[in-house]
Design a protein around this ligand. Structure first.
Ligand code: F3S
Length: 282
């Protein structure tokens, strides 16, 4: 009999659950939009589309909207997006995760106090784009050791470092250390969300113990990709799947013990389907 371990922290975190629930509460109304897909999961986005909730991807697309409700997802948005929505007179439903709102406030206050802002994160990630949009001064975004080494700041002004909520904690520490060695006057706000740390730690522990590991999540979900990298480091037979359809059961045939985890935007029904099938089919 094979052993299958499902991570307790697999799937929606508090912020994503809250955002998804918020969107479902708005269904049934006319002209409901989300600013960007509510989560990085095609299944959920398609289901919402069937219920009349459409995705606006850019500020240009926003120009075509004249009425209705626009929901801001858990990643949050810049102050410029709030202003644009307010000007349009649409109803704004804000499902920004409170942990992301906290970063907006730190960046807003610290930049207003004259500090230089450094975000440890991926500058193309919507959460980071949103955070950048709350700074009163130029923002520096760092996600590699090379960028940290090349970072040139004004030595006369204090520096405030924050992090993208889903950034890997060990990498955050490494990059902060490189920047700290430059002798700037720095305050460090570790704004990595506990949900991410807990999910990553649990995934690492499980991956160490199993013969094969399955990571379930959308292909464009950065936190799922990070989970995959962590697991792959510990267990070479790690598989990244979006749904059960992507899972090649034959590749799991030799494994006696199989672990399963899932990214923050993976719905529970998809996780359960994978879990049930791996338990019953193998
Ligand atoms: Fe919020 Fe943390 Fe999730 S920041 S959206 S609870 S990963």
């Amino acid at each position: 009999m094979k052993e299958v371990i499902l991570a307790k922290s697999a799937g929606f975190c508090f912020g994503v659950k809250r955002a998804v629930d918020t969107v479902y509460e708005q269904t049934g109304k006319k002209n409901v939009y989300t600013f960007g897909p509510i989560i990085h999961n095609e299944e959920v986005v398609k289901d919402l589309e069937k219920k009349g909730v459409f995705v606006i991807n850019t500020m240009e697309e926003l120009d075509d909207i004249t009425e209705g409700t626009v929901i801001i997802r858990s990643h949050g948005v810049s102050s410029a997006v709030y202003e644009a929505l307010q000007k349009k007179g649409v109803e704004i439903v804000d499902a920004t995760c409170p942990f992301v709102l906290k970063i907006h406030n730190i960046v807003k206050q610290e930049s207003a106090n004259g500090k230089q802002i450094v975000i440890i994160g991926n500058e193309k990630h919507p959460e980071v784009e949103g955070i950048m949009g709350w700074s009163k001064t130029q923002v520096h975004v760092v996600d590699t050791a090379e960028k940290a080494q090349n970072l040139q700041l004004d030595p006369q002004r204090e520096v405030c470092i924050v992090s993208q909520t889903t950034f890997n904690y060990n990498k955050f520490k490494e990059l902060v250390e490189i920047i700290s060695e430059k002798g700037y006057n720095i305050i460090i706000r570790n704004t990595i969300c506990n949900a991410t740390e807990e999910r990553q730690t649990e995934a690492r522990e499980i991956a160490k113990r199993v013969d094969a590991m399955i990571v379930v999540g959308g292909s464009s979900s950065s936190n799922t990709r990070k989970l995959y990298e962590i697991c792959k480091n510990e267990c070479k037979d790690t598989y990244y799947i979006q749904t059960l359809n992507d899972l090649d059961m034959t590749s799991l045939g030799k494994a006696d013990c199989i672990g399963i985890t899932a990214g923050a935007s993976t719905p529970n029904n998809i996780i359960q389907e994978v879990y049930t099938n791996v338990r019953t089919e193998l």
